[in-house]
Design a protein around this ligand. Structure first.
Ligand SMILES: *Cc1c(COP(=O)(O)O)cnc(C)c1O
Length: 224
């Protein structure tokens, strides 16, 4: 049976759940933004989200974003596009031109490349530092014990506009300790933004301080 996806209804439901989770945690719902993760979704599926008023979207590949978003931006100039996938240093220039936030700054070489390209383009793109909270060998992100020094390098030496932190907890593990660790690192470095929580666990992330939740499946349905 074909899955019938009503993106506008999904967004309304997720937005209501975000608000409920925020209130349950004694927080103002306006403190938590929904990033609609549109990776692999065609423009026809994204369009209803735009019509419903959604403006913040997440993509994980530079090339895919480059193909999909410039035409959509012509009609919706206030789109807020975030990169949430790994970034190769040789694509830093394109990423700076294309995205409004880069959530996956995770190593010194990339941080240097981004600082250089922002300087060259005269465009400052907000950044999040990705932390590999589970210290998984195959996963991107700075290790928790290296995070403070890396944040200082990005902020003090490179003057990158670092707004906060992002993490993807290990699959199949209880995510709470990872969200709590991310919040702790953000607090001691005085960073306001916490991008954490996906379709399966965003209410927990909100209870632990998320300021942005990245929801793909919950908004657009399952990816092909
Ligand atoms: C795909 C992806 C998401 C969204 O995942 P869902 O489970 O579909 O909500 C969130 N964050 C990152 C980094 C992703 O790659």
């Amino acid at each position: 049976m074909a899955e019938i996806i009503d993106v506008a209804t999904n967004i309304a439901n997720v937005t209501a759940e975000i608000a409920a989770a925020a209130r349950a945690a004694g927080r103002d719902p306006s403190e938590v933004a929904l990033l609609a993760v549109s990776k692999t979704m065609p423009s026809e599926r994204i369009e209803p989200a735009l019509v419903a008023g959604q403006r913040a979207f997440g993509e994980n590949r530079v090339q895919e974003a480059e193909e999909k978003w410039p035409p959509l931006r012509e009609r919706y100039p206030d789109i807020d596009l975030h990169l949430i996938g790994p970034l190769q240093t040789n694509k830093a220039k394109k990423a700076v031109a294309l995205f409004d936030m880069i959530e996956t700054v995770d190593r010194p070489r990339l941080a240097h490349a981004l600082a250089r390209e922002m300087e060259a383009a005269g465009r400052r793109v907000a950044c999040l530092i990705e932390v590999n909270t589970g210290a998984e060998p195959q996963k991107a992100g700075i290790l928790p014990e290296e995070a403070d020094a890396f944040i200082r390098e990005c902020v003090d030496d490179l003057a990158l506009p670092v707004r906060g932190l992002m993490c993807i907890p290990p699959a199949g593990e209880e995510p709470s300790p990872h969200f709590a660790l991310l919040r702790q690192i953000a607090r001691r470095n005085e960073l306001p933004c916490l991008s954490m929580g996906m379709s399966a666990d965003y209410p927990i992330a909100i209870a632990l301080g998320a300021t942005e939740v990245r929801v793909g499946t919950g908004v657009f349905g399952r990816r092909g």
